[in-house]
Design a protein around this ligand. Structure first.
Ligand code: ADP
Ligand code: ZN
Length: 619
């Protein structure tokens, strides 16, 4: 292998012609002996950054990884590509563990994935001292930090482990978590030496973000899946009960759906998860318990049946769509009730037992603040991608052209008159109330709460009787989002006035609101191409029939070999095949994702399938 270059490795084993943004720089750094820290969003291709150099280095590469499922997936993908790799974790029987360890010492593997708990065991240390370790790569490196959500104490001992090795290997660390505290922890606790640090943007251009407010969420889901029958997708619900309802309905309507939540037995969870990964079920309905370590690359949509509790969770869950880089959709169905449910969860939060009450309240307050930002995401008329990126401290595009707001035509409406009534009503109230009370007052509602609080004596009572309640809410939200009013941080937020509010009452500034022009009736407002499946490629339309044919072939192979279909070939590779329609080996190797080894295994059958299709469609 000595004469191979990194490009040869990329092509031969992984079937790719070019590195992606950042990959080459990190590969080069590792090959030149420099430590690296790579901060890249999910799906950016972190693993390649250490797998390519691993094959070019003289000794073996140890990859520390926290999740058993992730290790298994990575190792089977490597073996598929013709690279000798193995994993060492608690899922192996003692016999299997011994065998794998022996093989490692005998130099059979180029890459070994290992659970952090194993590193400092006598057996592992002894085994590893006898062989040359060229590189230690730390996957999900944020697990080393107590600031992160996935703290793993055994990660802290990785640097001890590295000290135990005779010669210090080059060290690479990779994560998708970008906060400053976590980054500093990684640098310090892993003792990285003069590392090359690379952060690639968090933007996932192939994801389309949408927020909808369907009156009937169940119907919206049914419409969506009916228009995307061929696609794999995840539907996240906020409660187990909803998961059960949505899943049952899908099954009743004849869909291949399955479910996942903490109320199911371990056994059933595992089975359902596998059904989804192996494409036996196309739709997964789940609570947020589902997804850690799910590497499935061809998830075409992620629907949130409810608004999640914060943007971090949302972006992580929605980000499970489109890891292969193909166009995919992230859709959130918002309703006011979601805010109430999340608030309830926050109130119920107890943290860990050792926490004292002030700390607990502090945490609750932070959660409320984050929930508010999540809610604003659902209400804003600005670019959704921009909103998310700014939340993570990046400069967004302002206009991305690929979110429901950028794709909706808005018109500007002067709502100064109504805004004045709302603001006036707040000012004239004897005490502070929530949004609903204010809206009900200007609408002239006669409900019991209004009379009990004497709001019917407010000078602005019934000044907007002709404006529908949902519009009043929109305007109130607009006033909050734009700093005319503010909401308190309490469990039941009340509305207060800011300085800017006075200017509206004085008549010195108008209130202009962007409002969507009449939307088409269907629930899917943003995209006009709803009726088709989502398989589109950048360079042209894809023949759906051929694509399905290749997909079926892939499924057959996967079943026979008992591996997930996307490990045979990704959707992206199949799409590329449909576009190029290769007729011989040389052409087939030009398809992105087809390397030498994959060609040897599957090249011929896929060539046959494409040829057969030609004959059939061009008599
Ligand atoms: P991460 O670990 O950063 O979430 P992965 O390493 O799982 O991402 O890679 C995501 C997907 O991108 C995989 O399907 C992988 O095969 C693909 N990929 C990685 N690098 C490239 C590349 N240079 N060209 C094309 N596809 C790539
Ligand atoms: Zn946008």
């Amino acid at each position: 292998m000595a004469e191979m270059t990194k490009y040869d490795v990329l092509k031969k084993y992984f079937g790719y012609d070019t590195f992606r943004e950042g990959q080459e720089m990190l590969t080069d750094a590792l090959l030149s002996g420099r430590d690296v820290l790579g901060i890249m969003p999910t799906g950016a291709g972190k693993s390649l950054c250490y797998q390519v150099p691993a094959l070019l280095m003289p000794g073996i590469t140890l990859v520390v990884s926290p999740l058993i499922s992730l290790m298994k997936d990575q190792v089977s993908a490597l073996n598929q590509a013709g690279i000798h790799a193995a994993y060492l974790n608690s899922s192996l029987t003692p016999g299997q563990y011994t065998k794998a360890l022996d093989n490692m010492v005998r130099g059979i593997y180029k890459i070994v994935y290992v659970a952090p708990e194993r590193l400092m065991t006598d057996r592992f240390l002894q085994a590893v001292r006898g062989i040359g370790v060229s590189m230690v790569s730390v996957d999900e490196a944020h697990c080393i930090s107590q600031w992160g959500q996935d703290f793993r104490p055994s990660y802290v001992r990785i640097s001890d482990f590295i000290h135990q090795l005779g010669q210090r290997p080059v060290v690479g660390a990779f994560t998708a978590t970008a906060t400053k505290e976590v980054r500093e922890d990684i640098l310090a606790l892993l003792e990285l030496k003069d590392p090359v640090i690379l952060t690639t943007g968090f933007d996932r251009k192939n994801l389309r973000f949408e927020v909808e407010r369907p009156r009937d969420k169940m119907k919206a889901v049914m419409d969506y899946v009916a228009a995307h029958r061929q696609d794999c997708g995840i539907i996240y619900c906020i409660t187990r009960k909803l998961v059960e309802e949505v899943c049952a309905r899908l099954i009743r309507e004849g869909y291949n759906a399955t479910r996942y939540h903490a109320g199911l037995s371990d056994e059933e969870r595992k089975k359902n998860q596998d059904d989804f990964i192996y494409d036996r079920c196309r739709i997964m309905v789940a609570t947020n318990a589902f997804g850690m370590g799910i590497d499935k690359s061809d998830v075409r949509y992620v629907i949130h049946y409810n608004m999640p509790k914060n943007i971090e969770s949302y972006y992580q869950e929605a980000g499970r769509a489109g890891r292969d880089g193909l166009p995919s959709e992230c859709i959130l169905y918002y309703s006011g009730q979601d805010v109430v449910t999340n608030q309830f969860f926050i109130d119920q939060m107890n943290g860990t037992e050792q926490m004292d009450e002030p700390t607990r309240e502090l945490i609750r307050e932070r959660e409320r603040e984050r929930l508010k930002k999540m809610t604003f995401y659902c209400l804003t008329n600005e670019c959704l991608r921009d909103y998310i990126l700014r939340y993570f401290g990046e400069y967004g595009p302002n206009y991305c052209g690929n979110c429901s707001n950028c794709l909706t035509q808005f018109e500007e409406k002067d709502v100064t008159e109504t805004a004045r009534c709302l603001i006036g009503c707040v000012r004239e109230s004897p005490r502070a109330y929530g949004m609903t009370m204010i809206a009900d007052t200007v609408r002239g509602s006669k409900n019991a709460k209004i009379t009990r609080c004497h709001m019917d004596e407010n000078p602005y009572y019934n000044t907007c009787g002709d404006i529908p309640i949902y519009q009043l809410r929109q305007i109130l939200n607009h006033l909050v989002l734009n700093g005319f009013l503010f909401l308190t941080e309490d469990a039941y937020p009340v509305v207060g006035l800011t300085k800017k509010a006075q200017d509206v009452l004085d008549g010195s500034i108008p209130v202009i609101m962007k409002a969507a022009k009449e939307r088409p009736k269907a629930s899917g407002a943003a995209s006009t191409d709803r009726k088709k499946s989502t398989v589109k490629a950048a360079d042209g339309p894809v023949d759906d029939v051929l694509f399905e044919k290749l997909r079926t072939l892939r499924m057959d192979i996967a079943r026979k070999e008992k591996i997930p279909p996307y490990i045979v070939f990704s959707d992206k590779t199949l799409v590329h095949m449909c576009l190029l329609r290769p007729s011989d080996k040389e052409e087939m190797l030009k398809v992105s994702g087809v390397g030498e080894m994959k060609f040897k295994k599957y090249g011929d059958v896929f060539l046959q399938a494409i040829k057969g299709y030609h004959l059939q469609s061009e008599p």
